[in-house]
Design a protein around this ligand. Structure first.
Ligand SMILES: *[C@@H]1O[C@H](CO)[C@@H](O)[C@H](O)[C@H]1NC(C)=O
Ligand SMILES: *[C@@H]1O[C@H](CO)[C@@H](O)[C@H](O)[C@H]1NC(C)=O
Ligand SMILES: *[C@@H]1O[C@H](CO)[C@@H](O)[C@H](O)[C@H]1NC(C)=O
Ligand SMILES: *[C@@H]1O[C@H](CO)[C@@H](O)[C@H](O)[C@H]1NC(C)=O
Length: 355
């Protein structure tokens, strides 16, 4: 144990010696920009080690002119192996039969969508949220982001809903595991079958920014009389059919998707259309696809999905959004597409009063 600590100390001393003045300056600016705080010198040196690695990765990738660029993101001082660790446990969606009105979307169901769609201009996409480094609840953020959008598109009511409620209340159901992964389908099925509702962010706020809290299961504090919306089913779009996904997004609105989010080049994404051949389809992260198009600034022009992430609006160079190559199942993003079906707000309100 002692020997091990000594070894670590030696390594960190050796390492600091190799941290140039220039790097030191860049690190200082980085710490300031993201308001980073380290508990002690050891933590700081650890952060510096990863920061240096991160800059190298950025440098190497940007040199390749892949059509996207990287920059030091909020994750640049962290071990790439631990990015949102819980999300590597992303679980499959529950059987479709669990929901009351779940359907598989037939490939021919939607008319061809226009060349580009951007739902962010609809006024129905809520602010970019932050799941926090300590909590792998991307599934809850993806499910809620989709629900907020569909509730608003259907009812013209814009309200932000509670991911914390999903984390606290669904962990006994359908395979969801609080801060250690889950699925959008399980979250909607819980809202539909068990809670018959979801509270707002305001009455049930997010509190996973504290590491020790994020490691603990918190009791479910749901109160149905405070519910602001609900779900009456969800649809799953057939995998690996980019044309169908595109048409569905144009016809119904944003669609929740899962992808590989555990690779450094994605964690440091800045601008452009993300497309790294190393990003194999292994589901570890969930997002919301809010549109699509073709980026002409890339040569040759590259089709993309426009996605809303949940790593704060400080992540990347697009206020928390990113573009990812469309049509090639980049990072597996064309594998698991689902969207919620929502009722008329007036009928839900009437039913709530009776029920
Ligand atoms: C990036 O690479 C260039 C040349 O390839 C080099 O001059 C520069 O020092 C590198 N920067 C970092 C931060 O590694
Ligand atoms: C949606 O709501 C806004 C304000 O809440 C209102 O100004 C607008 O007219 C509504 N749109 C429709 C289509 O009802
Ligand atoms: C995190 O929460 C615990 C338990 O409530 C508390 O004791 C601790 O001070 C909190 N840490 C921070 C950094 O707020
Ligand atoms: C549930 O919420 C309502 C409305 O905010 C409140 O009046 C009621 O006391 C709450 N019930 C419980 C058990 O907290």
């Amino acid at each position: 144990m002692k020997l091990y600590s000594l070894l670590l100390l030696l390594i960190s001393i050796t390492f600091v010696a190799s941290f140039s003045k220039e790097l030191e300056k860049e690190f200082k600016a980085y710490v300031k920009k993201f308001n980073k705080k380290y508990k002690n010198k050891f933590e700081e040196n650890r952060a510096k080690k990863f920061f240096k690695k991160c800059l190298n990765e950025i440098n190497e990738t940007n040199k390749k002119n892949l059509g996207f660029t990287l920059a030091p993101s909020v994750f640049c001082d962290q071990d790439p192996k631990t990015f949102h660790k819980g999300e590597s446990l992303s679980v499959p969606a529950p059987p479709l039969s669990l929901g009351r009105a779940v359907s598989f979307v037939d490939p021919s169901i939607y008319p061809p969508g226009p060349p580009s769609v951007d739902w962010t201009t609809s006024g129905c996409i809520s602010r970019v949220k932050d799941e926090s480094f300590y909590c792998g609840a991307c599934y809850a953020f993806s499910a809620i982001a989709a629900l907020e959008a569909h509730w608003c598109l259907k009812n013209n009511i814009s309200v932000t809903m509670s991911e914390q409620m999903i984390i606290d209340c669904t962990n006994k159901y359908y395979g969801n595991k609080a801060c250690e992964g889950g699925s959008q389908g399980a979250s909607w099925t819980y809202i539909q079958n068990i809670a018959d509702g979801i509270e707002s962010d305001e009455t049930y706020p997010y509190n996973e920014f504290n590491e020790s809290i994020a490691k603990t299961f918190q009791p479910c504090k749901y109160n149905r009389s405070r519910s602001v919306a609900t779900v009456i089913g969800y649809s799953r779009i057939r995998s690996n059919n980019p044309e169908l996904i595109k048409n569905a997004i144009a016809a119904v609105g944003p669609v929740a998707a899962s992808m590989n989010g555990a690779i450094p080049s994605f964690a440091y994404y800045d601008t452009g259309v993300y497309s790294d051949p190393a990003c194999i389809p292994s589901m570890s992260h969930s997002v919301l696809i809010v549109g699509y198009g073709v980026d002409d600034s890339v040569d040759p022009p590259m089709p993309y999905w426009l996605c809303k992430n949940s790593w704060s609006s400080d992540w990347g160079g697009m206020q928390g959004y990113f573009k990812i190559q469309r049509g090639v199942n980049m990072c597996g993003i064309e594998n698991q597409l689902v969207y919620p079906i929502v009722p008329d707000a007036a009928s839900y309100k009437a039913k709530k009063r009776i029920g």
